[in-house]
Design a protein around this ligand. Structure first.
Ligand SMILES: C[S@@+](CC[C@H](N)C(=O)[O-])C[C@H]1O[C@@H](n2cnc3c(N)ncnc32)[C@H](O)[C@@H]1O
Length: 248
């Protein structure tokens, strides 16, 4: 099958412009929101990591800006953190990443996609990155702090986090997070407010955590997700785990 026909025949998470007159019909069209994230305009000479890449929208965007990009995601859906009642009865037999691979081919991209669980992502295997981009993945994880620790271990420069936050708790002075896995259909365990996202990023080892902005992301299915964008840098915790593994 021709590449374009294949692209038309599969489901997409991201809207991607894969040909001059063709864009995929993704669940999320992020093009109107790119300016909200504060990516550097020029990324030549930078190593960048896109965490939880799915179809690769952010990986391809960072490559377009000149970075050498690694895109990380799991191949097997059984590795995703699902609350038990929400866990599908059966999982797809085919590995994830079909959309990414097709887009990579159609765009003539050099982004390297690695199949790796974020909980097991170490610099001893992946190296360190000048920019780590983390979009809408932590909100779905059971252990957001462990994931952030892993990210800190990979980041020698700037971390950009863009995650959903709890709007109600943002307005309450003493509240930090809501437990959300008490609903049958939830794919979220903990929904932090912006203050807690910042605390957790700091705890993971970043000395400097700044508010970059907030915006409402609209899906092509009509629901709206409030996002906070945070920029973190100055990792103070040495990457001991990498040193430890390198010594073995
Ligand atoms: C909601 S999508 C966000 C996609 C993209 N980052 C964005 O901003 O549009 C979450 C992505 O994170 C990936 N993901 C979830 N848990 C993961 C884990 N433990 N390790 C690696 N990737 C994971 C999912 O497979 C999915 O591609």
């Amino acid at each position: 099958m021709q590449l374009l026909d294949r692209a038309r025949s599969i489901g997409w998470y991201h809207t991607l412009e894969l040909a001059p007159d063709y864009a995929t019909d993704g669940m999320f069209d992020l093009r109107p929101y790119v300016h909200e994230y504060g990516l550097p305009e020029r990324m030549e000479g930078m190593r960048a990591l896109d965490v939880g890449t799915w179809d690769g929208f952010w990986a391809f965007e960072m490559e377009r800006r000149g970075a050498e990009v690694t895109a990380l995601d799991v191949d097997d859906e059984r590795e995703l953190d699902w609350p038990p009642r929400r866990r599908p009865k059966s999982f797809p037999a085919t590995p994830r990443g079909e959309g990414f691979r097709l887009a990579k081919e159609m765009l003539g991209s050099s982004v390297e996609r690695v199949s790796c669980n974020l909980y097991e992502a170490f610099s001893s295997e992946l190296g360190e990155f000048d920019l780590v981009f983390c979009g809408s993945i932590l909100i779905h994880l059971r252990d957001q702090l462990l994931a952030l620790e892993r990210i800190a271990g990979l980041c020698r420069g700037t971390l950009i986090v863009a995650e959903e936050y709890d709007q109600l708790l943002n307005r309450l002075p003493f509240a930090l997070a809501r437990y959300r896995a008490d609903r049958d259909q939830s794919v979220v365990f903990w929904k932090p407010n912006v203050k807690l996202w910042k605390h957790m990023i700091w705890t993971a080892g970043f000395d400097r955590v700044l508010d970059h902005g907030r915006f409402k992301m609209k899906s092509n299915h009509g629901f709206v997700v409030p996002h906070a964008v945070l920029h973190a840098s100055d990792r103070v915790i040495p990457n001991e785990r990498a040193d430890e593994l390198a010594d073995q």
